[in-house]
Design a protein around this ligand. Sequence first.
Ligand SMILES: *[C@@H]1O[C@H](CO)[C@@H](O)[C@H](O)[C@H]1NC(C)=O
Length: 391
Amino acid sequence: MALVVIQFVIIVLVVFIAIFNVEAQRSRNKIQNYETKQQGQWSVTETNKGRAKKGELIFEDEFINFDLNTWQHEITAGGGGNWEFQLYHNNRSNSYVEYGKLYIKPTLTSDKYGESFLTSGILDLNGATPADSCTGAQWSGCRKEGSSVNIINPVMSARIRTVNSFSFKYGVVKVRAKLPAGDWLWPAIWLMPKNQQYGTWPASGEIDIMESRGNLNLRNARGLNIGPEQVGSTLHYGPFFPMNGWDKAHFEKNLLKDQGFDKNFHEYGLEWTPDHIKFLVDDEVIGTVAPTDKGGFWELGGFGNNVDNPWKYSENQKMAPFDQQFYLIMNLAVGGTNSYFQDNLPNSKKPWRNSSPLAALDFWNSRSDWLPTWDGENAALQVDYVRVWAL
Ligand SMILES: *[C@@H]1O[C@H](CO)[C@@H](O)[C@H](O)[C@H]1NC(C)=O
C-alpha cells in the first residue's frame, strides 16, 4: 500500500516538474522573441502607439496650425506647485499659432476680469465639458477666492502637453524656439512621466530640456547673466520630495552679452538612450548624465541606505526612473516662490520674498517696474517646431 502511495507522489511530482519546464521554456521563448524583435529594423524607442523603427520620426509639429488633438491645455491656477503667479487656461490670447510659429504669451488677469477681481472675485475653473475642465486641483488650482492678501493669480498664460496624444521612451528631441524677454518670465520645454511608474514627483523623474529667466540684466553674485543669455537643463529624480538629486544633473549654457536666447531662434535638444541622457543647444552637448550600470540614479543622487529605493525592481537599473514613457510640455510661467528666482540677487529689484505669504500681492503691486519690460510678442515663448526621432 505504502509503495502505491509513494509511486503516486512520484508521478504527481514528475508531471508537475514537466509542466513547470514547459512553462519556463515558454517564458524563455517569449523573451527571446521580444529581443529578436528589438534587433534589425526595430528601435529600443517605444511610443504610446508601440515600438518604433530605427531613426523613425515619431513626433512632429511644425505649427502650421494649432492642433489641440495633439496639445492639451492645462487649466489650473495651482501655480505649478511653486506658487507661481500665473493661471493657465485655454485662450487664443495666450496660446496661438501664427505664420508657422507657436506663441505662448502672458496677459494680465485684470485685463479680462477687472482689477478688483484679484482681491474680491471668485475664479472658478471647474468646467462643464472635458475640454474646459480644470486639469490640476492641487494647491487650490480649480477654484480661488480673491482677498486683499491672497490675490487671484494676476497673470494669465498657457501650458500645453501631449499627455493624451503622445508619449515615448528613449529618443532624440529637437525643439527650435525663441525665448521671452521680460522680468520674472519663466519659460520651459520639458517632459513628465506618463504613468508615474515609481510614484509621485520626483520619484518617477522629470526631464527639463530648457528653462530660462526673462529678466534681461539678471545676474548672479559672480556677475554671470542668468537672464535670457542663459538656459538651463535639468533632471529631477529622487525617492520622494524633497529628496531630489537634480544638482548632479543640472547644466547651463551662456551666450555672449546682448546675444541672448531671446534675440534669435535656437535649437534645444535631448538625446535619451538606455545608457545616457545628453542635453544639447544648437547641436553642442552642454551636459551628459551617464550613471553607472549597477548604481544608476540611486548612486548618482547619493540617497544612501536609509530610504527605500523606488527603482530597485526597474527593467533598466541604470536609467530608472528614465526608463519609462514621458510626454512633452511647453509653458510660460511667472515668478513663484521656489527660488528659481532667488532673493538677494544683486540689482534685481525683486518685488517679493520667497518666504512671503504675500508674494503674489507684492509682485502685482510692483507692476510699474516689470510690466513695461513685457513687450508684446517679445514676452512670448515662440516655438518653430518640435521633432522627436526614435533611436
Ligand atoms: C480670452 O482672453 C481675452 C483677453 O483676456 C478675453 O477678452 C476673452 O474673453 C477670452 N476668451 C474666452 C473665451 O474666455
